[in-house]
Design a protein around this ligand. Structure first.
Ligand code: GLY
Ligand code: MN
Ligand code: MN
Length: 438
């Protein structure tokens, strides 16, 4: 049983200390991000990962080296602003609660930053997100070099923080796995509720409402990404987000949705018949994808990699496309000519964690980067037959199927974190519509 929780200050401290080992004599600068007007705010993942601080307009500076330091720039207390937008920790409390060596007002970032960067060999900062932030950091880097000009030290290089942080975030520790497991379980329950609620005549929005009710009822923080509730041919639009069509008898429904809790998100897709019965063509297409997904999950283990899984997914799905009459000729020719991409246009999956498309390396130095225990990926093959595809068998036109599970690499193989959600045809047919009112 884990005794640590997400909010345990020690987690953040240990992560900052780890930077010391991975990037000696450097400065990491992380911006939390800004709050939009009437928007909910979610800090940038790497900022929270290193600080645990959840307010907007904050900046963390972590200095590694012989005397590691952590500085936190925060919004000062302001009674009027807090009346409108809520509590702020302020400088003193932020120092007490989050453990920086020093807290500063965010208004002093430009004047204080050069001093904090002096002597660093490298500055890790994500250029390109906000031009104003880029300008502050570049000016501070130049000023820091001027302050030390007699030493002959060149300007510090500005490097992508993900060179270091992706390495750390890609491999989840026990606590992170526990948190991800919790998000997967609560998202799985929401998918099951959506299956039970499904029936012809409902609008996609009503299924979305079921998902969201279960997310928030289980204390999720937010959707991990914009939920996709795609009935009928909408399932062929990979990032369908309108979610407002009336579902018809005989439709398939593709739901791609996951909740975020404690800054970790699930990412689950299921496809099932709205009325609880697969037609023969729907079943053929569905079972083709399911078969491929199971074969791929069986390949996930330490040493395998995302490029290897993707290559295999292309081969297996192309075989199925030929069997289904979508393509003709050989598997090799269809892969060579990329014809398979008409029906399988996306990748097999991605790293999963604090972000739905989480940081991580699928390749390094041009070579597939092998999985190690603690990495979490999605496995999400799909086949999508456009409605107007005259070359496809008529019975398959307008059908889209994707099946997506979240898979943890373990020391001896893998564990499917989303196994709670049914995906066998018989299981689905038994559960769909169970709680639909008549
Ligand atoms: N939900 C986004 C994805 O499956 O990658
Ligand atoms: Mn995904
Ligand atoms: Mn997804």
């Amino acid at each position: 049983m884990l005794t640590k929780t997400f909010n345990d200050l020690e987690n953040f401290k240990q992560r900052r200390l780890m930077l010391n080992r991975l990037a000696p004599n450097a400065a990491f600068i992380l911006f939390a991000g800004e709050e939009g007007h009437l928007d909910t705010f979610r800090p940038q993942s790497s900022f929270v990962y290193l600080t645990g601080f959840e307010e907007p307009s904050a900046v963390a500076v972590v200095r590694t080296g012989e005397t590691p330091e952590f500085h936190l720039f925060v919004r000062p207390n302001d009674a009027v602003a807090e009346t409108w937008d809520g509590h702020r920790w302020g400088l003193e409390k932020a120092k007490q609660e989050f453990g920086p060596n020093q807290s500063h007002s965010i208004d002093d970032l430009e004047t204080q930053l050069p001093e904090l960067l002096r002597g660093a060999d490298k500055i890790y900062f994500a250029l390109g997100a906000q031009v104003e932030d880029d300008n502050i950091v570049i000016a501070a880097r130049d000023r820091a070099q001027q302050l030390d000009r007699r030493s002959g030290r060149p300007k510090a290089a500005i490097c992508d923080p993900n060179e270091v942080l992706a390495e750390m975030r890609m491999v989840k520790d026990d606590l992170e796995i526990e948190l991800l497991r919790e998000s997967c379980e609560l998202s799985a329950k929401a998918h099951i509720a959506a299956m039970k609620a499904s029936r012809p005549g409902l609008n996609e929005k009503q299924i979305l409402a079921t998902l969201l009710f279960h997310f928030y009822n289980e204390n999720a923080s937010r959707e991990g990404y914009c939920s996709i509730v795609a009935s009928g041919a909408n399932a062929c639009t990979l990032h369908y987000r309108a979610n407002r069509r009336d579902m018809k008898d005989g439709d398939l429904l593709l739901i791609d949705a996951g909740a975020e809790k404690n800054y970790f998100t699930a990412d689950i897709t299921r496809t099932f018949p709205v009325n609880g019965h697969f037609t023969e063509p729907q079943k053929k297409l569905y079972e083709a994808v399911l078969d491929v997904q199971k074969s791929l999950i069986a390949m996930v283990k330490p040493g395998s990699s995302l490029p290897e899984l993707h290559e295999k997914s292309c081969e297996l799905l192309t075989e199925k496309m030929i069997l289904l009459g979508l393509l003709s000729g050989s598997v090799a020719d269809n892969i060579e000519s990329k014809k398979y991409q008409k029906y399988y246009p996306h990748g097999i999956g991605h790293f999963l964690g604090m972000d739905v498309h989480d940081v991580g390396f699928s390749k390094k130095n041009g070579k597939p980067h092998p999985f190690v225990p603690g990495v979490v990926i999605t496995v999400e093959p799909g086949l999508y037959v456009p409605e107007d595809d005259d070359s496809a068998p008529a019975e398959l036109r307008g059908l889209g199927v994707r099946i997506e599970d979240d898979v943890l690499i373990t020391s001896n193989g893998s564990e499917v974190l989303t196994a709670l959600v049914p995906k066998e045809v018989a299981e689905l047919e038994a559960i769909i519509g169970q709680s639909a009112s008549t």
